[in-house]
Design a protein. Structure first.
Length: 155
């Protein structure tokens, strides 16, 4: 995919149960391209569609996603969106290797994730993705795509 698409969903605030399961710790809020953490996970191909769908979601947000951006990408999508970072998520199931899996502690640098539980630097995201696929070739969640993520909080 070489264009931005949108996801309307609820905001996710980590609970005690989440922190017991996930290696991501100490975050006030998680932004992710993960359908399990961000219900209802409505993928939309236009901002207008996402805005309509998020209107009925209490404490909603719109996440703008760019799958496998080029190395030197620089996109400011405007419209009140804030760049949040890079997620590594499996394309088929939309499960994030960073925010919704465990067992990757030797490969993902959880201590250096940003305030949203994401990787801030593209090169780090790219290297982490390569290490995951190399170290865990038989683990489906380790075979992931890089998603550049922005978000806009619904009013």
């Amino acid at each position: 995919m070489d264009e931005i698409f949108y996801v309307s969903c609820e905001r996710f605030y980590p609970t005690k149960e989440y922190e017991e399961f996930s290696p991501v710790r100490g975050k006030k809020e998680i932004v992710s391209y993960d359908c399990g953490l961000m219900p209802p996970f409505n993928i939309c191909y236009s901002l207008n569609d996402a805005e309509r769908k998020v209107a009925g979601i209490k404490d909603g947000q719109i996440i703008a996603a760019y799958q496998n951006p080029p190395q030197n990408f620089a996109i400011n999508i405007g419209n009140g969106f804030e760049f949040c970072g890079f997620d590594l998520s499996e394309e088929q199931t939309n499960i994030s290797a960073i925010t919704n899996c465990n067992g990757f502690e030797a490969t993902i640098d959880y201590a250096n994730l940003n305030d949203y539980g994401l990787i801030s630097d593209y090169e780090v995201a790219k290297l982490t993705r390569e290490k995951l696929e190399e170290k865990f070739p038989d683990e489906c969640h380790a075979c992931c795509e890089i998603y550049a993520l922005w978000r806009k909080i619904s009013k």
